[in-house]
Design a protein around this ligand. Sequence first.
Ligand SMILES: [Zn+2]
Length: 255
Amino acid sequence: MAGAFWGCGSPSGKPGAGGIAISFDDHFIKEWYELRPLFQKYNAKVTFFITCPDSLKAEEAAMLKQLEKEGHEIGFHGTVHAKSTELMTAGGPKGYIEAELEPGLRHMNAAGFKPTSYAHPGGNHNGRVDSVLLAKGFTTLRDVAISRRKYKGFQLYAWPPRWMNAIYYIFDGEQKVDALMIDYDEVTEEEIAEAILEAKENGTALMIFGHEPLYSEPKNGKYGFNVSFLAAVLREADKQKLKFYTMSELPKSNN
Ligand SMILES: [Zn+2]
């Protein structure tokens, strides 16, 4: 996430492939499950990145199975949700794999899931971490993009999502991708509608993600998005006839 992240030109993808890839992180399984009527209304397919699968209750595993059956993807988001670069520095690839990847994957496998996409906890990673994840068989690695950065109350920058090249998938087979965070009410409905139109016109896929579904304005510091905002996103995507992609489908949709 450096300066090269931003650009003024419109990324171009594949004509007619315009779409949207929505994902959700952490462990709000019951809360996500309650969004099913909304997903069904727009025939939306999304990706759920699960962390701490060692605490996966049978009831939660059943909900994830049902979501998978309905076309959604179940991805992995780490065993302990740690800073992967620190685990890598402390224990090398072996230590990282044994702490963050293998125990959680064993739980996921035991519950009947074989995740092929991975979301970096806290957006923390480096080249070594990525190499290990790709070697472990993950085909999509998702990072975090935030449109407004605030530091001690001061706004450092505020780029409209339509200017953030990194959040549009251009169907080039790339396995390392960024998604725009929709928590905190930081992106307006007008901005997301523009971003959706951009994806439609350029044949790219807009990538967005959030954490906990909330039924009011997210309060400061809470990792959550307003469900009414998600509803607006789905409504607009449907209106523009965007395709819904799960995260593992993106690199596979390369022509
Ligand atoms: Zn997370």
